[in-house]
Design a protein around this ligand. Structure first.
Ligand code: FE2
Length: 413
């Protein structure tokens, strides 16, 4: 598909995203782009409004035919000392221009709540991605079909939100729905977030060294490994510790940066044991996903990450990349844990319109409890995770709101 992106102007205020701070009960980050200097955030709680000044950085991504070539201000706010368990709303203001009202709810410390997970919104410009987010918000407000409550305050995504990281128009598509104004959004970059613009006539797609455009759009906690600062990070929401990994990077398939990220995990995340009820990891490439589609994952990534996840006692790993739906039994020591004490690997497959036939290995390896053939029966999927003190209940839903898989992740002792 060819898009005449150069004809599009830089919008005055755009790409407004609410990201978590490290402790999402008190810290929330907001990021936006503005073509003019001096925009600010109006933060509202009850009848109170305060103006918050942004840190502004003049930025562009100079390569290829990307609209990101046009300079704009990347504006970042890191809110601190917020009140836990509180509804906030905000607008961004630049001169006479005002954004729509966005809202978020800080974590309250409650141990009964829910969040949404998605993977792979691509292909860019499809109709399903926004619909599955809307369905997720509706579904999460009433996952048991009993009494409708509030929709999930937090949405995570394991990457490949767009087709080409360097293409601004595709970011405008995915972030262009007002739905993104309704939750805290935490995403990990996929390989497509690393994609640069392919010069005409070239076969090879150049890869960015870091997910530069992703890093200009999201304002995540800066607590990850140096080489992936902002795309590798952790945060707490209620009783869950979430860790975002940069498993999308295809530049470093021979693993230099992955090894650094795994070392960071051991040094940083392992000592946090005891500070949470559940440990949830999200990253793009699934270490128990496809055997054939991207062979390097099993060859290079699994040997690095599986021992780390096992050692850390990770409860749930959410990923995508291969566009096949698969979900393992709890795994520990290279086999299915008989006690249920292990790590569940959820490869969500597709939260957009790109589907592949599952590998034979996924059906026959004895590790997978559920495999769906999304190629034969195309389905756009998301997961709603209900958390309480004893367990997390994961319900995988489709666009019709039907539950196509569900499983219980017990809390570890
Ligand atoms: Fe991918």
């Amino acid at each position: 598909m060819i898009h005449t992106i150069l004809a599009l102007p830089v919008l005055l205020i755009h790409f407004i995203v609410t990201n978590p701070g490290e402790d999402a009960s008190r810290q929330i980050n907001v990021n936006w782009h503005c073509s003019e200097q001096g925009s600010c955030m109006l933060l509202m709680k009850d009848s109170e409004t305060i103006a918050v000044k942004a840190e502004e950085k003049l930025w562009s991504y100079p390569k290829g035919d990307s609209l990101f070539q046009q300079q704009r201000y990347v504006c970042s706010v890191s809110l601190d000392n917020l009140e836990p368990g509180t509804d906030y709303s905000y607008r961004i203001v630049a001169g006479k221009d005002t954004s729509d009202v966005r809202s978020f709810t800080t974590a309250s410390g409650t141990r009964t709540w829910n969040f949404l997970a998605f993977a792979d919104f691509q292909h860019a410009f499809n109709e399903q991605a926004h619909k599955i987010i809307a369905k997720g918000l509706e579904f999460s407000a009433d996952p048991d079909g009993k009494t409708a409550g509030k929709s999930a305050p937090l949405v995570i995504c394991s990457g490949d939100m767009i087709d080409t990281g360097a293409n601004e128009e595709s970011w405008r598509w995915i972030l262009g729905t007002p739905l993104f104004g309704r939750f805290i959004y935490a995403a990990a970059p996929g390989d497509h977030e690393f994609w640069g613009v392919k010069p005409a006539g070239e076969k090879h797609i150049p890869q960015m060294e870091t997910p530069a455009t992703y890093n200009a759009i999201f304002n995540n906690p800066k607590n990850g490994v140096e080489v992936y600062r902002n795309s590798n990070y952790y945060f707490y929401y209620n009783n869950v510790l979430f860790v975002a990994l940069t498993l999308g990077d295809s530049n470093t398939f021979l693993c230099g940066n992955f090894i650094l990220e795994a070392e960071w995990f051991r040094k940083t995340i392992l000592p946090l044991k005891g500070t949470y009820d559940y440990l949830v990891v999200f990253g793009h490439k699934s270490v128990f996903g496809s055997y054939k589609e991207d062979r390097g994952v099993r060859k290079y990534l699994s040997p690095i990450w599986y021992p780390v996840f096992t050692e850390a006692g990770v409860n749930l790993v959410v990923s995508g990349h291969d566009h096949m739906y698969s979900r393992t039994y709890p795994l520990k020591d290279d086999s299915v844990s008989s006690t249920g004490d292990g790590t569940f690997y959820l490869d969500l497959g597709s939260s957009g319109n790109k589907y592949r036939e599952p590998d034979e290995g996924l059906y026959s390896d004895g590790l997978h409890a559920k495999v769906l053939n999304l190629k034969a029966e195309p389905q756009t999927l998301g997961a709603s995770v209900s958390v309480d003190r004893k367990r997390m209940e994961v319900r995988v839903f489709n666009l019709d709101g039907e539950v196509v898989d569900s499983f219980v992740v017990p809390r570890k002792r």
